[in-house]
Design a protein around this ligand. Sequence first.
Ligand SMILES: [Zn+2]
Length: 629
Amino acid sequence: MTPVKIQNTHQERMAYVYVRQSTPLQVIENRESTERQYRLRDRAIDLGWPPSRVEVIDEDQGRTGSLSAHRTGFQRLVSDVGLGKVGLVLMLEASRLARNNSDWYRLIEICGVTGTLIADENTVYNPREPNDRLLLGVKGTLSEAELFTLRTRLYEGRWNKARKGLLQFPLPVGYVRAADGGWQLDPDRQVVDRMAYVFELFRRHGVARIVVRDLRQQGLDLPTRLVSKEGYGSLSWKTPTLGAIVRILHNPAYAGAYVFGRWDYSGPRRSPKSGKVLPHLLSVPQWPVNIEQHHPSYLVWEEFVKNQERLRQNWNREGSRGAAREGSALLQGIAFCGVCGQKMTVQHHAESEKRSSSYICQRGYPYGETGVCQSMTSRPVDAAVAQAFLEAVSPTSLKVATRVLDQIEQNLTAQRQQREMQLEQARYEARLAQRQYDAVDPDHRLVAGELEKRWNEKLERVAQLEKAFAQSEQEAQWELSADERKAIAQLSCDLPAIWNAATTTNQDRKRLLQMAMDSVQLDGVHIPGQIEVQIRWRSGAVSSLVAKRPVQGEWSLKTPEQAVSKIHSLAGRQTYPAIAAQLNREGLRTAFGRPFTYRTVAYIWRRDGLARARKQLAAEAPDHGSGTD
Ligand SMILES: [Zn+2]
């Protein structure tokens, strides 16, 4: 049509001829069309492009056209157009394409942005001009705008209804909808009683896990509404799970509030599996719709808010720490799953497996469910946490450190008081049970039997608590005197050296970490290849860091090169123990930061094929090649 559209600014850039062909079969059958496409090159030259600036993209010939991901030529075209390198794109039947193919439609949009012309055999189109857009069949913008307003209107309507508390969604168990659409308590007395009991148990224990345990011990099921097609909405009773209890405790509906928009769907985090946005829960003050006293409640609003705080706290504190054991997993006892909040266990591997131990979350394991929630090798996490620890207790952070120590002592005193009170209560209950037993007529066998059973249970509880008390007293041995405090201040100066010293055991390292850290939360799921680490310090502060998941085989490369070359140079001339001693004298350390032993030296020898040289000295070494690192 009008070469007026073609300007110098276009001709200074490239002209791309895109040769497409749907299937290999068409390549053969449609010779003519192929020739027409190649002739577009001449048309570009006719339109004023020098031959050197005309490029034919025909990589996609013979490929099916459905997915742009498989068409490298098309991708190159799109990216070059996007970069503004292209002044003209030539193709056959440009307008038909734009109508039928969303990828082409997008390409034309990009051409509009970068001022790129589009041409076929007869016409030159400028995607910036409305008329040409119509000719190109780009009507999409209009309909998309319509769709957008429509969606916004629907969305707004939903929110308007929600703001008035009128938007209807499935009611949580324990409520039913009245004839007028309002919420009322379930007329089934048993349902209401059981839900109230759940809140009562949490009031008593403050720990969701214990609520589950108690319900299970008492054989009490939870009411649920069926969501399956058959029998939708009808009631059934199920064994309580931690997830169900936590959901109930988190649900503001039970506090009589009508809440909408608790979840934010706009966060940056996406599921590595589905690529969908992972919603995150907004905190109470951020809820966009929150109508208190909207319907009858199971607990008051203040208690609900308090419960949220309690759930958040004991999320990290449940269970005992567990005594620190030897082994490289330094976070044993303080590692918690960042996905589901469970305490993570440590899996040690046989020495022969040459694997470092792992942290594993076996969600539901305490409740008889199987399956692993997430797991990760301990080494990178330990390294990151150790580094954070050493930074935190460096002399510059000394003031913080002493505050931490104060905190520990306060916590210990408080914990001790709690335990003493608990023990005293249990003893009192045991005495009471004994008195009741003593008071009953021994001939009244049935009653006497029951009372004796209760008395025994109380005594057992006393024994348990006494044992736990003694144990925790022992664990709390690191209470600090003024002198020790001074010593620690001194120590903190050279803590990095102590941390790495050969005489320091992993048990010592674990204790050091536990002194400073309340818990460490690990999330190896949300960012592929990385582990998000959140340290909750004893002082109440929280630090976040990221550890990289190791690539397989990476660890074997980590023996410092200096040490490896030393081993190479000494191979065949000295025994393993002599080489190890030599390396240690020079201050070199293994991949794990430990001193060399004849085993580590032997490992490097075998790994690097130096064993033949070793034969000359076979008799001298205590090792016979069976050891592993
Ligand atoms: Zn988990």
